[in-house]
Design a protein around this ligand. Structure first.
Ligand code: HBI
Length: 359
């Protein structure tokens, strides 16, 4: 947007973990991509995040306090809870004090408080909703903001927006990454990859059931968020050809991800986007994904991977058998056209222009 002058934007991170801890899941990567794409376009960015956060080259304000529980562990009628000395409360109290130094605030927290506080602020708040509908209380407070401040709700996919009643009032920013950090790998090794927080909603057991049948080794990366779930998987599939490879920083991770024959995405919930699908495509790695949520809007069936009927392990197995039909350079190309920092920056500026009512 030529008339979108240089903006001063305050990004407020997720309160579930420090940036770099892996506890923030995809939001950690998304926040860094948003910051970098805006900095490159001449905007000035400050990030507010829990104490212990690490962010190179981006101005960071660390806030003390107790972390928020993750929203996806409860049920639909989960109560809104805040710990004593809440880092979320402290982050937004800081935002209240400094808001007039900024043109726009940008919320990454999937939490009740920032949405509730929106009308109390003098500055506009862009809310990037990072997951689909999870609880009645969150749906209600996000809908309230969507009604009173139309255009300020951002999402990562149409499928994610459609889990809410206000899907028509959501701006789809998809996502984007610094693709120079990901290197194309033409000749993969033999293993398949699965990446994500190890928790029930991510459906790791389906990927393991599939490799048990194909006997192609599976490498698993990500934070073990639910240890009971992980132990159940180990007990259920003691002989499956799988290896847990930990949680790696992006530069090391993209190297080993790139060596994979394909990435398997087996979400049991509506994955809002699926950052790791872009990371894989950027390395030339085809993606085999359930036709569910964000990944179904990323994978071009038969061109950059295969879309499989949800929860059908046998269909995963046949997609794996056809992975060599996918041209790995097409995967990299698609990441560059739709999911670069430039493409993300275009979508962010279009969103901000709507929020700030610039023509
Ligand atoms: N839970 N309460 C809460 N707040 C968040 O911001 C949050 C979360 N759970 C998961 C999460 N963010 C991110 O890992 C996903 O949005 C990607």
């Amino acid at each position: 947007m030529s008339n979108l002058r240089s903006l001063k934007v305050l990004l407020l991170s997720t309160p579930v973990g420090a940036i770099g801890s892996g506890l923030g899941g995809g939001v950690e990567l998304t926040l860094q991509s948003v910051a970098r794409s805006l900095l490159r376009r001449g905007h000035s960015i400050t990030v507010v995040a829990p104490q212990g956060s690490v962010l190179d080259g981006i101005s960071l304000v660390e806030i003390p306090g107790n972390l928020q529980l993750t929203a996806q562990t409860g049920g639909r009628n989960d109560l809104i809870t805040l710990p004593e000395n809440s880092v979320l409360g402290n982050m937004w109290n800081y935002a209240r004090q400094v808001q007039h130094e900024y043109d726009l605030l940008f919320n990454f927290a999937y939490d009740w408080l920032p949405f509730y506080l929106t009308p109390f602020f003098d500055r506009a708040i862009a809310h990037l909703v990072s997951m689909g509908s999870l609880t009645d209380a969150m749906d209600q407070i996000i809908e309230t903001v969507a009604q009173e401040f139309p255009t300020t709700i951002g999402v990562h996919s149409r499928a994610q927006a459609e889990t809410f009643q206000f899907s028509d009032r959501c701006f789809n920013i998809k996502n984007g990454f610094d693709l120079s950090a990901y290197h194309f790998c033409a000749q993969p090794k033999q293993h398949l990859a699965w990446v994500g927080r190890i928790a029930p909603e991510k459906g790791l057991e389906d990927a393991i059931a599939a490799v048990q049948k194909t006997n192609i080794p599976l490498k698993i990366w990500g934070v073990i968020q639910d240890h009971v779930y992980w132990q159940q998987i180990l007990a259920t599939y003691p002989t499956a050809p799988m290896e847990y490879a930990g949680f790696l920083p992006t530069d090391q991770f993209q190297q080993v991800l790139g060596e994979s024959r394909a990435l398997l995405m087996t979400p049991h919930w509506v994955e809002a986007f699926g950052n790791v699908a872009i990371e894989a495509l950027a390395c030339g790695v085809p993606v085999i994904a359930y036709r569910r949520g964000g990944p179904a809007e990323i994978v071009q069936d038969g061109k950059t991977g295969w879309l499989v009927e949800p929860d059908r392990v046998d269909d995963l197995v046949s997609a794996i058998a056809n992975i060599d039909l996918i041209d790995r350079s097409t995967c990299r190309q698609h990441a560059e056209t739709d999911y670069s920092l430039e493409a993300l920056g275009d979508r962010l500026e279009a969103w901000f222009a709507q929020i700030l009512k610039l023509s």
